[in-house]
Ligand binder design. Structure first.
Ligand code: 6A9
Length: 789
């Protein structure tokens, strides 16, 4: 049942794209094909930014800062989402992924609101307007009024040969003095001619700008530095009688000063400084729009935004029914936050992966290519992750399946000739900026759970899906087949019907238990001594589901290999096979198998005595692992946690199996996995529960409550509660209690902190890790609306 391979894959071609027809047409992202999705808030690494789905897009971004009170103070500039900014909360309260969005950002003394709405028209993706507004926060004190600046920038990529330009019109500000810019002409071959205008509201005390040319193009990672270097201190007339002037740190106009006319700017920053509250409309008008029904600002903007907001609310309720289910308003707000931040942080990425195979002497670029993807977390991981993406679409497909299918297509199109898809998509300078160098390189031996197959199994369970999307399935099929083939070929275990995640470090003595990053469960404990003999329970379960989906799809598209897929699916879903390899009757658990001992610990290096009798720093300063008893080849029965539950999660256990009963018993045991906040990742009794993997590596999947796995648990418990069998009633009871616990805790934490979190503490329920994390934690919305299929 291992698939027969007809081709020998040469190692040198790691960086060669798959020659299979792409799922998305080459021009899929162009405004001609997809005008509605051309512009978007696709720079979700920023608090607010706009760009198109083209590598040559001009980019628009927002920065702001409170004017420093003293000359010597550095302004605290807000630009990229950054946990260090310590914002009260931020995120989209409304966003439909296509036409509009509304976001509130709680800074120290102001609340910034970013709204945008798009209006179709012309041939280049239409018009849009972003309204950036501010009002004093609860922390602002009336006796010490603050002064803040908004800065909007427009940056062009490499200009010149293609004729693109931005041309700011500066004028003397009669009211406030100095020069300002409220209109820009621009052109790029893709966008044609466009105009960008700025219209500010009340309480503005200064306006300034900077137009500069940065060679060869502006570095989007250095915008704060550019801003600082382009500002100087001005004196403004004070409103207070006792004080003549106040200081204003503002942009100084053209840089370099007296630039020759040929020195065309490729970046423009426009600054508006205000007290109390104000608003700034950034109005983008596409040159090809004819008969514009009034500028998209002021009341026209309000009206269109209100229409979009209404349509969104209707669709949201129709899809998730939270009002109908009687959820209080706070829960509705959280549900909307969950969805809107998932669609509102969709990004467009362009660049090359850095990839390395066993035969490359050093990493080589793979690409450049474009990816349209959701992201797990704006401040920390604003980029695509393969298995996260699959979870995101359990939610996204309910709201906008067209968008979901397009994103999946975009991922599959990045497959290389071997059928490998990089696990983490770090494409382009902005994305790389967020990743330490040692993590950038992706290896073609390394997999990630094929969550897309699980997702497809849910899609296929949908009535009429396959008929309605027959053409789409035809297109994705060859790529799914190639991916499946790659997994089956490269991740198989020694023994037939077993699978092993590649990429564990078998030679290190620096980790308490060498990590298994490909599994997605990073530091979840596996065999203590990685060997080629080991095989992994979660992976065989993933392959079982994937095989079933391949069997179903291959029949639909009438592939000659259908029988082979059918046979593999049958073998891998044969519970006797799973039992034979992975079940421990003694402990009543499904387990990994490998060379293992639980008798390991991290020890501090002993001090070294110098010849003078004084202690010296040890040659290796890190803690190292000490193995107290030799490992043996065995089932890893001492570890119980998420991995043990995969046969349950993926519904592989027959409903009448006594094993199901034993698993449910252990799952609900508070000494093991059950907490009042959801299922913890690792049983409290497991040897590595809550253990650090190195001195610097705190526990991650060693106790915390994670939402993706709790979703799989709920989904499967719900399933078993509908299938007749001896455990049906128990399954329902556990389902209800688990659901109540998980949803209540995420809501409690949302109330307490204003955020959704990467994972939750199993002792306190507190949100931990990165935040906002609106990837799989957003599945809380599906739990509320009880949509698991
Ligand atoms: C490395 C550190 C500034 C880890 O959600 C994305 C992934 C999951 O796929 C995976 O299952 N997260 C989970 O175990 C986050 C991974 C982030 C890697 C970043 C560089 C940057 O520090």
């Amino acid at each position: 049942y291992q698939m027969h391979e007809q081709f020998v894959i040469l190692p040198a071609i790691i960086s060669t794209k798959s020659p299979l027809p792409t799922v998305l047409a080459p021009d899929a992202f162009t405004p001609a094909q997809s005008p509605e999705l051309y512009w978007g808030s696709y720079r979700s690494n920023l608090y607010f930014g706009m760009r198109t789905r083209s590598p040559k897009s001009p980019v628009v971004g927002l920065m702001w800062y409170e004017q420093p009170r003293h000359n010597s103070m550095m302004p605290r500039i807000r630009h990229w989402c950054d946990q260090g900014d310590n914002l009260g909360k931020y995120g989209w309260s409304e966003h439909d992924g296509r036409t509009f969005g509304i976001q509130d950002i709680e800074d120290d003394r102001i609340v910034v609101r970013t709204e945008f709405v798009k209006r179709p028209g012309g041939k280049h993706g239409g018009d849009w307007t972003a309204r950036i507004s501010a009002k004093p926060s609860a922390r602002a004190t009336p006796d010490a009024p603050s002064m803040h600046s908004f800065i909007i920038y427009l940056a062009l990529g490499d200009i010149g040969a293609d004729g693109s330009y931005v041309r700011p019109y500066s004028a003397h500000d009669k009211q406030l003095g100095g020069q300002f810019v409220d209109k820009v002409d621009g052109y790029t071959p893709e966008l044609g001619k466009f105009v960008l205008r700025f219209a500010n509201g009340k309480n503005v005390v200064a306006r300034s700008f900077l137009a500069a040319r940065v060679e060869p193009e502006p570095d989007l990672r250095k915008m704060k530095e550019l801003l600082i270097s382009g500002t100087k201190v001005f004196e403004l007339k004070s409103e207070k009688p006792e004080q003549e002037t106040v200081q204003h740190l503002g942009l100084m106009g053209y840089v370099p000063e007296n630039a020759p006319p040929t020195d065309k700017p490729n970046i423009l920053l426009v600054q508006v400084t205000f007290t109390d509250s104000t608003s700034l409309d950034v109005i983008f008008e596409s040159g090809s729009v004819e008969n514009r029904p009034g500028a998209l600002t002021g009341g026209v903007f309000d009206k269109l935004l209100a229409e979009r907001s209404k349509a969104f609310h209707d669709k949201f309720e129709k899809t998730f029914g939270l009002v109908a289910k009687g959820y209080p308003e706070f829960y509705q707000t959280m549900g909307q936050y969950a969805l809107c931040n998932m669609v509102g942080s969709i990004g467009y990425f362009y660049g090359s992966n850095h990839v390395q195979g066993p035969y490359n002497s050093q990493p080589v670029p793979y690409g450049p290519h474009a990816l349209f993807a959701t992201v797990p977390s704006r401040p920390f991981f604003p980029r695509g992750f393969l298995w996260d993406e699959g979870f995101h679409h359990l939610l996204l497909r309910k709201f906008d399946s067209e968008l979901s299918l397009e994103i999946l297509g975009s991922w599959l199109d990045l497959m290389n000739v071997e059928g490998w898809i990089p696990r983490e998509m770090i494409l382009g300078a902005e994305a790389e900026h967020k990743v330490p160098a040692e993590f950038v390189v992706q290896r073609n031996s390394v997999a990630n759970p094929p969550m897309f197959f699980y997702l497809l199994s849910r899609y296929l369970a949908e009535e009429k899906f396959a008929d309605k999307h027959a053409a789409y399935l035809e297109k994705v099929y060859p790529r799914l087949k190639a991916w499946y083939g790659w997994l089956n070929r490269t991740q198989s275990g020694r023994e037939p019907g077993t699978y092993r995640w590649r990429g564990r470090n078998a030679t290190t003595d620096l980790e308490l238990n060498p990590k298994t990053l490909p599994s997605g469960l990073d530091d979840y404990p596996r065999a203590s001594h990685p060997t080629d003999e080991e095989y992994h329970l979660d992976l065989v379960c993933w392959m079982s589901v994937s095989s079933k989906v391949m069997a179903e799809l291959s029949e639909r598209v009438k592939d000659a290999d259908h029988a082979a897929f059918e046979a593999t699916a049958k073998k891998l879903s044969d519970i006797e096979h799973l039992d034979a390899k992975h079940w421990s009757e003694k402990t009543g658990r499904y387990c990994d198998f490998g060379m293992h001992t639980r008798h390991v610990k991290l020890v501090k290096p002993a001090p070294v005595m110098g010849p003078d009798g004084r202690p010296r720093p040890p040659p290796r300063p890190d803690m190292t692992r000490e193995v107290l008893r030799a490992p043996t080849a065995r089932l890893i029965t001492d570890t119980f946690g998420y991995v043990s539950l995969f046969p349950l999660f993926l519904r592989l256990i027959p409903a009448d199996s006594p094993k199901l009963g034993r698993i449910l018993e252990q799952l609900t045991d508070a000494d093991l996995l059950w907490t009042s906040f959801g299922l913890r990742s690792l049983a409290r009794t497991s040897p590595l529960y809550s253990a650090r993997n190195t001195e610097h590596d705190p526990p991650y999947w060693r106790g915390s409550v994670w939402m993706n796995m709790n979703f799989l648990a709920l989904s499967s418990l719900k399933h078993y509660s509908t299938v007749t069998g001896p455990h049906q009633a128990t399954a329902f009871k556990v389902y209800s209690e688990l659901r109540g616990a998980v949803v209540a805790n995420v809501a409690r934490e949302f109330k307490r902190t204003g955020f959704l979190w990467e994972h939750y503490n199993d002792e306190t329920g507190h949100g931990e890790g990165t935040h906002p994390f609106t990837g799989w934690t957003s599945l809380v919305l599906l739990m509320m609306s009880e949509q698991y299929d």
